[in-house]
Design a protein around this ligand. Structure first.
Ligand code: FAD
Length: 442
């Protein structure tokens, strides 16, 4: 029996996929003790991690979209703002959008102070997230290196690192030898097409298990009374006297004092229901995972020259990402030319991976703004609020995005961190241009 518990604890660390069935119905808490007790009674006491309620006729707040941003918003609304009559409406399954499709990188090494305030706040929240949610999101601060391939790269890297250090971010430049020590699998040949001279290093950056973040927030929000309703598609907005009063769904009309949209690549579609246009374009962004390998690299490596980045998951797969597909699209498949670009970039970075087989490949639809920064704020339709425009980088921002959007929905006014990301910046011209912030010119 004891051995059984030890095995399960090991499993808990290795694969949160099994965790949702293991909720303790007495303490409602995951712990070594509840695991041990369940092992003694044949694991019969575990409950689903969240309920599947029927939608009520009315809520204080309805959130459209059960990705990380929507679920975190619901959690913080209940926890920070005391608003518990909240529903999250998801047209598919939780985390089935970009939250469950991303390459899991978390960092705060942005250029502008407004962005640093947002992403550093998020990174700080990630550092305690597993404990806060009582759910192992497998946050691993293994560091991120943005490679320096040339003298101009080095100048840009110095500029970036200076800006980051002024903003209080733990960014430094590391030498070629230090890069080699951390990632010997990279291409250090003198005749490499993109030689490695060093890297910009953020040691507190890292990765987290993406769907565990969605499940952890869902379970924690459910425990605070939030209704999470899957297979519930919002098909229209209910308006009365020019004010948003709720939503129309495939499960009927649901009234709400405030409605928030957190639908990523579908932001323009939902904005269309509200009768206005957004400065957002939707593109496919692809990701790739290889067959599992023994440990080859315990960090995240990004090459601005090729636009490719990769890390290794805890299961051993090499997780590979790159730039956006070239044409706007709602097709969650991705196109072949970009696959070729990303994978040839990987082979420039690490030729030793040439014979590794790809296991899976997919795309998500990301919502890209002209300045590559998110859009959070009220909309032209009173009562209807927007959280979107996260593009290629909103996974790292889930805890912060949820906190500030909850504040907006609860109070009707901006949190100080979200103020610079108000949609009005597209008319005032006060953009927060982070187009090169990921090292890839999205
Ligand atoms: C391949 C790829 C790699 C990425 N890599 C990273 C990375 O390494 N680091 C990082 O920080 N970010 C990354 N991102 C971006 C990140 O995944 C997203 O910015 C983030 O997940 C957005 O979260 P969200 O909750 O807003 O959106 P989503 O997770 O997409 O959730 C939106 C949800 O809304 C639902 N929805 C849409 N329309 C409706 C409707 N009418 N009614 C009801 N529900 C609806 C969708 O089904 C979906 O589940 C990546 C994205 C992709 C695709």
């Amino acid at each position: 029996m004891l051995l059984g518990s030890v095995v399960y604890i090991t499993y808990l660390d290795a694969s949160p996929l099994i965790v949702p069935h293991w909720q303790d119905h007495m303490t409602n808490k995951y712990s070594a003790f509840s695991l041990f007790r369940e092992s003694l009674r044949g694991h019969k006491g575990w409950q689903p991690a969240w309920r599947s309620p029927k939608p009520q006729a009315e809520y204080d707040v309805v959130i459209i979209g059960g990705g990380g941003q929507g679920l975190a918003t619901a959690y913080y609304l209940a926890k920070n703002n005391g608003i518990k009559r909240v529903a999250v409406l998801e047209k598919g399954w939780l985390g089935g959008g970009n939250t469950g499709r991303n390459t899991t990188t978390i960092r705060s090494n942005y250029f502008h102070p407004e962005s640093v305030a947002l992403y550093e706040f998020s990174l700080n929240l990630y550092e305690n997230l597993s404990r806060e949610l009582n759910y192992n999101v497998m946050f691993s601060q293994r560091g991120l290196m943005t490679l320096i391939h040339s003298e101009p790269d080095l100048e840009m890297a110095n500029r970036t690192v200076n800006a980051m250090q002024l903003n209080g971010i733990d960014a430094t430049i590391i030498s070629r030898a230090e890069v080699q020590k951390r990632a010997p699998v990279l291409n250090f040949r003198d005749d490499a097409r993109y030689p490695i001279h060093g890297a910009v290093w953020q040691g507190r950056a890292g990765t987290a298990r993406h769907d565990a973040v969605a499940w952890g927030y869902a379970r924690a929000a459910d425990r605070l009374g939030v209704d999470i309703i899957q297979n519930c598609e919002v098909t229209g907005l209910l308006t009365e006297g020019g004010i948003c009063k709720g939503v129309e769904t495939n499960q009927g009309t649901i009234r709400a004092a405030r409605v928030g949209s957190a639908v990523a690549g579908n932001s323009s579609v939902v904005a269309d229901m509200a009768g206005y246009k957004l400065p957002i374009q939707s593109y496919a962004l692809q990701a790739f995972v290889s067959e599992p390998l023994k440990p080859i690299m315990n960090t995240v490596a990004l090459s601005p020259a090729t636009g490719t980045y990769f890390c290794q998951s805890d299961k051993g797969g090499v997780v590979i990402g790159g730039a956006l597909d070239r044409v706007p699209s709602y097709g969650q498949r991705g196109n072949l030319p970009m696959q070729e670009d990303v994978l040839s970039g990987l082979l420039e970075m690490a030729p030793a991976l040439a014979n590794v087989k790809l296991l899976r490949h997919w795309a998500g639809i990301v919502d890209v703004t002209p300045d590559s920064s998110p859009v959070i704020g009220p909309t032209p339709l009173p009562g209807f609020f927007l959280n979107g425009g996260w593009g290629t980088g909103g996974f790292k921002a889930i805890p912060a995005g949820g906190t500030i959007f909850a504040h907006l929905l609860a109070t009707g006014t901006h949190h100080e961190i979200s103020q610079p990301f108000d949609p009005s910046r597209f008319t005032s011209g006060r953009l927060v241009d982070e187009g090169a912030a990921s090292g890839i010119a999205h």
